[in-house]
Design a protein around this ligand. Structure first.
Ligand SMILES: [Zn+2]
Length: 202
């Protein structure tokens, strides 16, 4: 005698129709892509959740094609489609910027911009990168934050905290600084390309 295995219940997401509806809303099921990451609603309805989504369909459609080619903690890059977002995973509440819409960045260490670049603005790149320098420079660091500027008027990227009293992307200060340098190099090259493209077209 054998028992037929009960098929796992599939809940279709009430918003996008995906079969991963794991979150129970008041009047339906919601998938991870549709549930806002930081919502504080108590038993929200499907409409409550939908109201928190990005309204710009052009931005939403980028989520579908997004494929990670490089992930640096919560910073996701798709070099094939030239797309970027900041967050743990693609979500209808997180804007996905095209590389061409990234207009500037600043790496701020304890309120000082140590590396930056922007279209039409100034550029500064960290030149000294020896282990000795990093060991010395990272000793007294408290905060490391990355700011990203968007040229898309309806998108504002919130500052990304790499290190603070509460947050640490890497365990040690040295590794946080190394990570910050890697990330700033990434944005620097995106912006350099945007500047080149802009000069080509003008
Ligand atoms: Zn969904």
């Amino acid at each position: 005698m054998f028992f037929k295995r009960k098929a796992e219940t599939v809940h279709e997401c009430s918003i996008c129709g995906s079969p991963n509806g794991g979150f129970h809303a008041k009047d339906g099921w919601i998938c991870p892509m549709c549930i806002p990451l930081d919502h504080t609603l108590d038993r929200p309805s499907v409409d409550d959740i939908r109201s928190l989504h990005i309204k710009d369909e052009g931005l939403i459609s980028r989520i579908e094609s997004f494929t990670d080619t490089e992930v640096l903690a919560d910073l996701h890059f798709d070099d094939v489609h030239e797309l970027f977002f900041k967050g743990p995973y693609p979500n209808r509440c997180i804007p996905v910027l095209s590389y061409s819409e990234i207009s500037g960045y600043r790496l701020i260490v304890d309120e000082r911009s140590i590396a930056f670049n922007s279209i039409g603005g100034e550029r500064s790149v960290m030149r000294v990168r020896t282990d000795e320098f990093i060991a010395k420079a990272s000793k007294d660091i408290t905060d490391i934050t990355l700011e990203i500027d968007s040229s898309r008027s309806n998108v504002k990227v919130r500052p990304y905290v790499i290190r603070s009293m509460k947050v640490r992307v890497c365990d040690t200060k040295q590794d946080c600084l190394r990570f910050a340098m890697k990330v700033s190099d990434r944005f620097d090259s995106i912006i350099e390309k945007n500047i080149l493209d802009k000069n080509k077209s003008s």
